[in-house]
Write a protein that binds this ligand. Structure first.
Ligand code: CO8
Length: 258
């Protein structure tokens, strides 16, 4: 599937798998990676046969950040004029749930890419960090915002100001990571979780994702109202009828029929 240079694209049943594939640069995120990931996600997102997406890297690195060599000679007018990195925002507009399966380094833009996904499953080897300050810059793909919302001000300040790395266990305790598993089990675990999600009704999964995301964007009262509106609208779907009928009949539901 796909004709890409910096990523691999596969599918397994209703799950799409995107593997970052620039091993010599520890999967540093240059503009080609951005273009290709966004293109692959858009294709999978538009496919009704896909119910979840996994984004992963290598054993050594999920991604060691934005490509420093590509950025090094840019000036203010270049990065400002090109709106450098804003193309990644398209990932957060995907409706299909996306799992980041992270082993090794997830630094700078790599950590930010993982946080743009809907949940992170980490290998025990994962290392998260926002080391931009060591390069004389700050996070530019949402890190100062998403990390702070995920782990709170204390740890976000610590990571963004010192540039230190946080291991998988600390990341899980801090609430950045949904699960930590032995490195050898990472992809199987992420694909199984994605398979579980993809087995749900896609419309309902999108609604659940929208409801959780509302918690990041709005007040509690507005968020609860948003949730209720979405909850009511699930009753307009065939999948609600099927899910509840199947429960009562003590059989497995058959979702995604319409
Ligand atoms: N960019 C480009 N190349 C990289 C990057 C990167 N981020 N990370 C690693 N590489 C390359 C190395 O240059 C090296 O290439 P070569 O063999 O040609 O010299 C190769 O990958 C292997 O790397 P190392 O030899 O350094 O491997 P080590 O195992 O010794 O170290 C580390 C691994 C610790 C991950 C180390 O590579 C490292 O510190 N990398 C940089 C991490 C970093 O600082 N990331 C943040 C980048 S900035 C960012 O992501 C957000 C910027 C937002 C700015 C917004 C502007 C508008």
């Amino acid at each position: 599937m796909g004709d890409y240079e910096t990523i691999l694209l596969d599918r397994s049943g209703r799950v799409g798998l995107i593997t970052l594939n620039r091993p010599k640069a520890l999967n540093a995120l240059n503009s080609a990676v951005m273009r290709e990931v966004i293109d692959a996600v858009a294709g999978l997102d538009a496919d009704p046969g896909i119910g979840a997406i996994v984004v992963t890297g290598s054993e050594k690195a999920f991604a060691a950040g934005a490509d420093i060599k590509e950025m090094a000679d840019l000036g203010f007018a270049d990065v400002h004029g090109r709106e450098t990195f804003s193309g990644w925002d398209a990932l957060t507009r995907a409706r299909t749930p996306i799992i980041a399966a992270v082993a090794g380094y997830a630094l700078g833009g790599g950590c930010e890419l993982a946080m743009m996904c809907d949940m992170i499953i980490a290998a025990d080897t994962a290392k998260f960090g926002q080391p931009e300050i060591t390069l004389g810059v700050i996070p530019g793909m949402g890190g100062s915002q998403r990390l702070t919302r995920a782990v709170g001000k204390a740890k976000a300040m610590d990571l963004c100001l010192t540039g230190r790395q946080m291991g998988a266990d600390e990341a899980e305790r801090a609430g950045l990571v949904a699960r930590v598993v032995p490195a050898a089990e990472l992809l199987d675990t992420a694909m199984a979780a994605a398979g579980t999600i993809a087995g749900m009704a896609k419309t309902t999964a999108i609604m659940a994702k929208d409801a959780v995301n509302a918690a990041f964007e709005t007040t509690l009262a507005e968020g609860v109202k948003t949730e209720r509106r979405i909850f009511y609208s699930t009753f307009a779907t065939d999948d609600q009828t099927e899910g509840m009928a199947a429960f009562i009949a003590k059989r497995k539901p058959e979702f995604n029929k319409s």
